[in-house]
Write a protein that binds this ligand. Structure first.
Ligand code: DGJ
Length: 725
């Protein structure tokens, strides 16, 4: 049993195989947070009471509420920290008093209507719903916790219901709030970056004060991923306490931490209250996105592996969830907008010979789009470039033994497009204000149902008619002038969230209508690489930066939360189109093989030696693909901490493993590096396939494996291991 309520002690226990999360009902009224960490069978009856009495004794003048660890803090009742819930009541006041009014426990997990969320698949998974109510307004909230028993994860979300008879306004509704006493030395980890430089691993010591990681861009953003982790002072890859919070949402979000001088901290994760307000009429409810919380007592590595498995198995959906992903070639960096049918077929011809499985036609195939100044919205084939049409091209590609994939950017509209000329009001704007273009484009107003219907119909027709097997769904600008004439004045601040709900509605409709199409998300690379998008599209283009050195860092950071199977990773030409850097082909190949392998270069321009290397790498990747895409990741070394990165993927049954080493700068007198491996079956011996030798796992994990490196900067090496007994 994963969840239980101890009536006598008034404690709620949420148990997974290795963790516990405990709450206490103080005076049978106030829900308090007690513990989240390693599994414990129960909490002694006196524990929380004692804590409370001490606090009361200390704060005789009435400050108790300000120091107690509340489970879901409201506003105005003596707790001066940041609240999880703020509502504006009919009388204009914002004071509410949430008191316990009941709970229920059920097997499995219900979907969150209109929102992406994890789903339960295993017998032990259970959900707890605790209801708290405010008598005066009739407002009630349901705190929802699902225990993923086998995965050691907890998913939390909240529903706010207006059970009163007047309208109220929601101003803040966090998905989770957590009050915990930290030891000095705790660090906060975030994944922060910029375009072409996503998901850098940033760690900072937690000090008294407030700190936030957020997006106000109506996209989860290149700048910050919707994720934070708290790390104990001694925590590293394999040791120490780590508490992860990953928000299943693709829009503006907030993860913040407020810490007092005694290191009592409050973490809040959810929708960004900035530019947010939601009107709730009597009888209406609002559900927050969910946050997935993972505790690890064995460092960051274990936390990542938990997220990887959970997201692979219980977040991603559809026919491709459990399938090996195809090796693809995309024409973007090979041609940009400058291509025709002949050129594409030449690239496809060569790619097919090399063993590529999917050809993807990127931007520029529609309207009259010879650059980025026009045609978004005009989703009909440019017959100048493709005189026989898309279907013909797709069939030609299929005849070469490859599937055909297509780029689209359905959320956008170019001012120079037939669509804009026909529906100038469909783009996001505020009447009487300038319409600001970014990358020469506007964004369609997805809060309007007629716009969503049009996108679903138009894109569906393209996919049907052209025989498309894969879609790259791009999104290349953030939203300005947020607002919609279709919403009442009092609902304008609902726009940002409604945009994302509109996007989810479109994605749900299109992806379920095309179960055999593989969808890959993209937002100028990783500008919307988040769990929300992965619920609809099981992989994402990790970054526009395909330079091997940058990519090793970006993919390393991305791997903190997201499994390799979700990361698009391609070999491109040198000098790299963004960095101008020249790296060896082997290193570019090895880097891309740490994700969903692919190519982004003109293969017709390669010499024979390069073609041979690429063909070999494709053959090799097909052999290791299952291990990388479905295995457990062990990070052995980090470029954020030194000159090398090393990653190791181990198959679930631990029969096979593959080790990657990357070195940024040449080191004199270091022709090799010894890596201590992890995750192997310590009772077994392994064959090192590249060396043809057999070694015991105990030796590989304690003494290490010698990985040779060539001379020069940007060298890399791969070794494959196979259990022999
Ligand atoms: C941005 C994407 O990240 C690129 O891969 C490419 O598809 C371009 N958009 C096309 O405009």
């Amino acid at each position: 049993m994963a969840i239980l309520f101890d009536e006598g002690n008034k404690n709620f226990y949420i148990q997974t195989n290795n963790t516990s999360y405990v709450m206490h009902l103080l005076q049978s009224k106030y829900l308090q947070h007690v513990f989240w960490g390693k599994k414990i069978p129960s909490i002694s009856a006196c524990q929380y009471q004692k804590y409370y009495e001490c606090e009361q004794e200390f704060s005789k003048n009435g400050g108790t509420m300000d120091s107690l660890p509340h489970e879901y803090p409201d506003f105005g009742n003596g707790d001066f920290r940041k609240p999880a819930l703020v509502v504006n009541c009919a009388d204009g006041s914002e004071v509410i008093e949430l008191e316990y009014s009941g709970y229920k426990i059920y097997d499995g997990k219900k979907p969150l209507k209109g929102l992406p969320a994890t789903y339960a698949r295993d017998a032990g998974d259970q959900t707890l719903e605790i209801t708290l109510s405010d008598e005066k307004t009739g407002l009630s909230i349901v705190l929802r916790y699902t225990a993923f028993e086998k995965h050691d994860a907890i998913a939390r979300s909240v529903t706010v219901l207006n059970g009163g008879d007047s309208e109220i306004k929601l101003k803040t509704a966090m998905s989770a709030s957590l009050d915990m006493e930290l030891e000095k030395g705790f660090r906060l980890l975030s994944l922060s970056g910029a375009w072409a430089n996503e998901n850098n691993v940033i760690e900072r010591e937690i000090k008294p004060g407030s700190f936030s990681v957020e997006s106000r861009r109506i996209a989860s953003s290149h700048q910050n991923n919707p994720f934070i982790a708290l790390l104990s002072g001694n925590a590293g890859e394999d040791c120490g306490d780590v508490y992860g919070f990953s928000l299943v949402y693709s829009g503006s979000f907030l993860c913040d931490i407020e810490t007092d001088i005694n290191f009592n901290a409050r973490v809040r994760v959810g929708l960004n209250p900035f530019d947010f307000e939601w009107c709730l009429s009597p009888g209406e409810s609002f559900t927050t996105p969910e946050v997935v919380m993972v505790y690890s007592d064995e460092g960051l590595g274990k936390m990542s592996r938990i997220y990887h498995r959970l997201y692979r198995e219980c977040l991603c959906r559809g026919n491709f969830r459990d399938k090996e992903r195809p090796i693809l070639i995309n024409n973007w960096e090979a041609t940009y907008f400058d291509f025709d049918e002949k050129k594409l077929l030449e690239i496809a011809d060569e790619a097919a010979k090399l063993g590529v499985e999917l050809f993807v036609l990127d931007d520029g195939w529609f309207g009259s789009r010879d650059d980025d100044t026009s045609s978004l919205g005009d989703w009909h084939t440019d017959m100048k470039k493709l005189p026989h049409g898309l279907k013909y091209l797709s069939e030609k590609i299929n005849q070469k033994g490859m599937k055909f994939g297509l780029w689209v950017e359905p959320e956008m509209i170019s001012p120079d497009s037939d669509l804009y000329r026909a529906h100038p009001d469909w783009c996001i704007h505020v009447d009487g204000r300038d319409r600001l273009t970014i990358r020469n484009q506007f964004v369609l107003d997805l809060t309007r149902i007629e716009v969503r219907d049009w996108i679903v119909d138009t894109i569906s027709n393209v996919l049907k008619e052209a025989g498309v097997s894969y879609v790259k769904w791009d999104m290349n600008r953030n939203i300005t002038s947020p607002g919609s004439p279709s919403l009442d004045a009092k609902r304008q601040k609902e726009f940002s969230h409604r945009y994302i709900l509109g996007l989810y509605d479109i994605l749900e409709r299109i992806t379920s209508a095309f179960p055999n199409v593989l969808f890959e998300g993209c937002a100028s690379g990783g500008g919307r690489f988040d769990p929300g998008m992965l619920y609809y599209m099981p992989q994402t283009w990790t970054s526009d930066d395909t330079d091997a050195v940058q990519r090793v860092k970006i993919q390393y950071g991305t791997s903190i939360v997201y499994p390799a199977i979700t990361m698009g990773a391609h070999v491109s030409a040198v000098p790299n189109h963004i960095m101008g850097r020249v790296t060896p082909l082997e290193t570019r190949q090895n880097t891309a093989m740490c994700g969903n392998y692919g190519f982004e270069l003109d293969v017709t321009k390669l010499d024979d030696c390069e073609k041979e290397k690429i063909a070999e790498s494709i053959k090799y990747y097909k052999e290791i693909r299952r291990i990388v895409q479905f295995g457990d990741l062990y990070r052995l070394e980090s470029l954020y901490k030194g000159n090398c990165a090393a990653l190791m993927y181990v198959a679930e049954d631990r029969r096979d493993a593959v080790v990657f080493l990357f070195r940024e700068r040449m080191e004199l007198r270091k022709a090799a590096r010894t890596l201590r491996l992890k995750g192997l079956d310590l009772t077994a011996d392994y064959e090192i396939c590249e060396l043809g030798i057999r070694m015991p796992a105990v030796e590989l994990e304690n003494v290490g494996l010698v990985m040779p490196l060539g001379k020069g900067d940007f060298q890399s090496c791969i070794m494959r291991l196979h259990r022999v007994n």
